[in-house]
Design a protein around this ligand. Structure first.
Ligand SMILES: [Zn+2]
Ligand SMILES: [Zn+2]
Length: 332
């Protein structure tokens, strides 16, 4: 099989011919049709993520099951599936025992088995989620990290009917977050540093797109504030400074910042009794909800499609923030 391999950090990924994987017990082999690229892939490329090289990245993969290992009971050859980042827990901790393996401290991921930038991918049966009939592969791929992360962020914010949501940052995650919040009947506004993205916000379902210049909190306050802020940007500075835009009892959920987050405005948190929460993939029900909304035509990813062979050019586009709004590598 042909695979894109990270052999050195901050260097182009190498195409290599690797042996076809053979599924062990409870594993399957998926023939990859499409795999989206996430900013996390850039972080892996730069060495911000603790992975052992060489490694095949790619954690938004979808395709067709082509081989079953011993003991696989829920999947069949020919099933259309995607594979989420966290595929199974070690099974015996309190989270696994409570049917919440994504919280397990010893989850198996693409880092253990290899990712989706490959013709074939090995996956745990438990890590595969069936795709709704008719859903396009490239669109479906976006559900598996960007969609899943955004939906879990929304669910973790526990929005009430009538509350107002602000999405801060409109990239792969943010453009899904806007649509998911709007599809849930919530009034949604967008804060972004890119004028073109602010203009596009209404097409995603937002009531307003606001360009942030220097003070995102003031800009949000001027626009009426928000009960929930879904911060999908990687900028810790923007996230820290948007806090003052929260309404009383507001919740800020941050999904994109991986470095230090220094909150200066503690008075907002204290006197408006606001909270800040980190969030990533939560219960798999969130992923299924995204796939169902996509199949119903209520949420549609905006996808740039590229042949698998152009992966290094795509990596540069993602790194430079040029993608509108998710780049997906296609194998067919
Ligand atoms: Zn991702
Ligand atoms: Zn566990």
């Amino acid at each position: 099989m042909r695979a894109a391999v990270i052999t050195r950090l901050n260097a182009p990924w190498e195409f290599q011919d690797l042996p076809d994987p053979a599924p062990g017990p409870a594993q399957v082999v998926v023939r990859i049709h499409a795999c989206g690229m996430c900013f996390s892939d850039v972080l892996v490329h730069r060495g911000h993520w603790p992975v052992q090289l060489p490694i095949v990245p790619g954690h938004e993969p979808v395709g067709e099951v082509v081989a079953l290992g011993p003991g696989v009971t829920t999947l069949r050859v020919g099933d259309r599936v995607g594979v989420a980042w966290m595929q199974r827990g070690e099974g015996r901790c309190v989270h696994c025992q409570s049917w919440h393996p994504t919280a397990c401290a010893h989850t198996q991921t693409w880092m253990d088995l290899g990712g989706g930038y490959s013709d074939l991918m090995l996956a745990w049966e438990s890590g595969c989620t069936l795709l709704p009939d008719g859903l396009d592969y490239a669109d479906a791929a976006v559900a598996f990290c960007a969609g899943f992360t955004s939906m879990s962020g929304l669910r973790n914010a526990d929005p009430k009917p009538g509350e107002r949501v602000c999405v801060l940052g409109v990239g792969g995650l943010g453009h899904m977050a806007v649509q998911l919040a709007a599809a849930n009947g919530l009034e949604t506004v967008v804060l972004t540093t890119s004028p073109d993205k602010a203009e596009y916000a209404r097409e995603l379902g937002a009531s307003e797109g606001i360009v942030v210049t220097d003070d995102p909190g003031q800009a949000l306050t001027d626009a009426g504030g928000a009960d929930v802020i879904l911060a999908t940007t990687t900028s810790a500075d923007l996230v820290a400074r948007v806090v003052s835009g929260l309404r009383y009892g507001g919740r800020l959920v941050t999904m994109g910042v991986t470095g230090p987050l220094r909150i200066e405005d503690m008075t907002t948190l204290l006197f408006k009794q606001c909270s800040i929460k980190g969030s990533t993939h939560n219960n798999r029900a969130d992923l299924v909800e995204v796939l169902d909304l996509m199949a119903a035509g209520k949420v549609t990813p905006r996808v740039e499609r590229y042949p698998f062979g152009e992966i290094n050019e795509v990596l540069k586009r993602v790194e430079a923030g040029q993608v509108r709004y998710r780049a997906v590598l296609q194998h067919d």
